[in-house]
Ligand binder design. Sequence first.
Ligand code: LLP
Length: 414
Amino acid sequence: MESYINKTDFFGGNNPEEITEKFGTPLYVYNENIIRNHMRAVAEVITKYPYTANYSVKANTNIHILKLALEEGLNCDAMSPGEITMLLKAGFPKERIFFVPNNVSDEELKFAAEHGVITSLDSLSQLEAFGKVLPGHKCAVRINPGVGAGHHEKVVTAGKKTKFGIQESDIPKIHEIAAKYNLTIAGINQHIGSGFLDPEPYLKAVTNLLRIARGFKDLEFIDFGGGYGIPYHKLDDEAEFPMDSFKKALEPILDEFVKDYGKAPLFKSEPGRYCVAEGSVILGRVHSVKENSGVTYAGTDVGMNVLVRPSMYGSWHDIEVIRDGKVVSRDSLKPVTVTGNICESGDILCADRELPEIKKGDLACILDTGAYGYSMCSSYNSRPRPAEVMITKSGEVKLIRRRETIEDLMGLFE
Ligand code: LLP
C-alpha cells in the first residue's frame, strides 16, 4: 500500500499541518469511523450462539473511545479499579463489565463486588482470598489452556512460562475452594496472549478450554480472551487477521461443545488491540536531522514516553512522512533512524528504515498507535503526556483529551 493515510482519508479531509498548528505535537489522532468498523467486526465473531465481545480497555481507556464501544454494543473487560471506574463513568452498566485482574488486594476485590462487577480469579491463592472476603458470591476463574501466542514473549500469557491463570492440574482445587466458601463459579476465561495474526493457537486454546469447561456444571459464560493481531507492516501489504476463515473454523468447535454440554452458555471474547490499533496515528514534529558515523538520525518529539512499544518490544510501526500537509511519496527511499527526544539511546522509533527523505520541520506520522499507545504513555523526563483528538464521523477534529501540563505534574507534590 502506498499510503494508509491517503487510502483511508485518515484525517477526514482535514490538513494534518493545520491540526498540529491548533493542537500541537506530539498528538494522538483517532479516526472514529475506523474504530467503529473494527468494533463492529469483533461483535460478529460468533453469530450462531449467544455472544458478546468485551472490549479490553487496557488497550485504550480514553472515555470517548469507551463511549464508542458502548454505542457499538460491546461489553468491556477491566484490569483495575481505575478501569472499572472509567467504564462506569462512560455509562457502562455494571453487568457489562468483567473484572479480569492479576494479583489484586482484598480491597480491590471488594471494590468490584460493591460495584456489582463480576471478577475472574486467576490463581488458587486469589480464589481463596475472594472466598474469604466475599463468601457466597459468584465469580469466574481464569484457566491456562496450555497454549500461548503473541507478537513478543513479553505478551504471551498462557502456556508454560507465565504468571497468569490456573493450570489444568489444579482444577480439582478450584472446586474444593468454591465448596469451602460456597462460591458459584459462573464462568471460566482465558487469554493466551496478544497480537497474533495466525488464529491456529487461539483455536487450539478454545478447544482446550471447552474440553476443560465440560468439568464445570452450569457455566453461565465461557470467555476465550482476545489477542487478534493487526498488520503493523501494512505499507508492505501484510495480510490482516483472517477474520472470516477464523470464524468458520471456530463454529464447528462450538457446535461440538454445545451438543455435549447440552446448552450454549454465553460465549465471550476480549479483543483490545483489534478494536482500536488501526484507528490512530501519532503526529510528531521532526526537530533535527543529523548524521552520526554514517547513520542518518531524524529526531522527533515522539519519545518513548509517548509511544513505548518500539523500545519495549522492538515493535514495528509504519511511518509516513508529511510535508506541507501532504504525504511524501515513497518513490525514492533512504535508510533513516527515527528517534524521540528522551535521554536514552534506546529511544528509537525505527532503525535504518527505508523512508522518503526526512527534513527538519516535517511531520512524522506513526501508524497503528491506537492500542497500547496513549495507555502506556509516561511523563519520563518530565515530559507531559500528549493531547488526543478524534476525527469524528462528520469530519470534525475534536479534542478528546487535553495535553498534560507541567502544572499537572507539579500538582502531585505535597
Ligand atoms: N484480556 C486479557 C486478560 C488481557 O490481558 C489482554 C491483554 C487482553 C484481553 C487484550 O488483548 P489484545 O486483544 O489487545 O491483544 N502492551 C502490549 C500488549 C499487552 C497486552 C496485555 N493484555 C503491546 O503493546 O503489544
